[in-house]
Design a protein around this ligand. Structure first.
Ligand SMILES: Cc1cc2nc3c(=O)[nH]c(=O)nc-3n(C[C@H](O)[C@H](O)[C@H](O)COP(=O)(O)O)c2cc1C
Length: 310
């Protein structure tokens, strides 16, 4: 298969919407390991079986190839940061989240939607991955909605539903993103002032893909997070902003990366954008992001957990 076909295939695989899990275990020396996985599938009720597919390229592959048990943590919609930590090459991943050991000694994160503690049922070689089938010995579930993943970006059903249920006239006509890269945020200069990159859209369908393609044309590939703000401007147009991360240094022809600590010196294109950016800086500091829905002057901030969304 050519590199191009492989990229297309990866994109096609990514069209399948999934939840997000972090699969955990420990090495023979007792060191905790884990990786973000969306290959999780429930397989059988009797006996209770699940599967997940670790890549042979994982730094922890040997541990998953030899461990006697593993645990699947189904991440809740406000746990995108945990997903990112376990999907990136970060030292000491377990210092970044609250966790405890389950009955098998594997890490379980606080606040997950569910977890499954499994002993090994079978390992199956499968190309560049392994199919790891586990028998569920213990599990827990709570009513927190899960984090979603599709087309290379996260989504949260609670928030998507909230935006989709907004009155027809209030459908967004611009879609943008607050894109972070190493303590900097990508901003575009306009006549009115600076703002995060955005594109004009005719309909909500595929709006995020349109923004993604626009950024890709400038060499910026972005991992999108949940919706962050939806607001109407003075001329009745709606803007929807997502959060996002880029691994690329380049800001292409889009604008420039501005250090987060310099954002309070920036002249933003509108009061709504200035307020949004101020809120983003504050919430980023505390690691808790909320969704704003309203107009330029007034609106409400909603917790990202669907239980609190009206
Ligand atoms: C949403 C998402 C799903 C993923 N699913 C899998 C998966 O099912 N199997 C896998 O091996 N890697 C998967 N990955 C990639 C690994 O999480 C990533 O490569 C991780 O950094 C590997 O850990 P390592 O750095 O210790 O090798 C996924 C990444 C993301 C963001």
């Amino acid at each position: 298969m050519t590199k191009d076909t492989q990229l297309e295939l990866r994109k096609a695989f990514g069209a399948f919407m999934t939840g997000v899990t972090v699969v955990t275990a420990y090495t023979a020396d007792g060191v905790e390991v884990g990786f973000t996985a969306n290959s999780f599938t429930s397989v059988s009720l009797e006996p209770p079986l699940v599967l997940v597919c670790p890549s042979r390229a994982l730094t922890s592959f040997d541990a998953f190839n030899t461990c006697e048990s593993f645990t699947v943590n189904v991440l809740a919609e406000d746990q995108q940061e945990i997903s990112n930590v376990f999907a990136r090459p970060i030292d000491d991943r377990y210092s970044q989240a609250e966790w405890h050991k389950d009955s098998l000694g594997n890490p379980v994160f606080s606040g997950v939607s569910a977890f499954f503690s499994c002993t090994i049922h079978k390992r199956v070689d499968a190309g560049d991955h392994m199919v790891l089938i586990g028998e569920v010995l213990a599990f827990e579930v709570n009513d927190k909605p899960g984090l979603g993943y599709a087309n290379g970006g996260y989504f949260s059903l609670g928030l998507e539903r909230l935006v989709a249920e907004m009155p027809r006239a209030s459908r967004p006509s611009h879609v943008g993103a607050i894109i972070e890269h190493e303590n900097c945020v990508l901003l575009t200069s306009t006549q009115a002032g600076w703002r995060p990159p955005e594109v004009k859209i005719e309909s909500r369908a595929g709006s995020l893909l349109k923004l993604r393609d626009h950024l890709l044309l400038s060499g910026i590939s972005v991992q999108f997070g949940p919706v962050y703000a939806v607001f109407e401007n003075q001329v009745g147009e709606y803007s929807t902003y997502y959060r996002g991360f880029s691994h690329d240094e380049t800001s292409g022809g889009i604008g420039q990366y501005v250090p987060v600590e310099k954002l309070d010196l920036i002249n933003f294109a509108s009061p709504a954008i200035a307020d949004m950016m101020k809120r983003w800086v504050l919430e980023r500091k505390h690691g808790v992001f909320r969704l704003y829905v309203g107009d330029e002057l007034q609106g409400g901030v909603h917790a990202v957990t669907a239980g609190e969304v009206p």
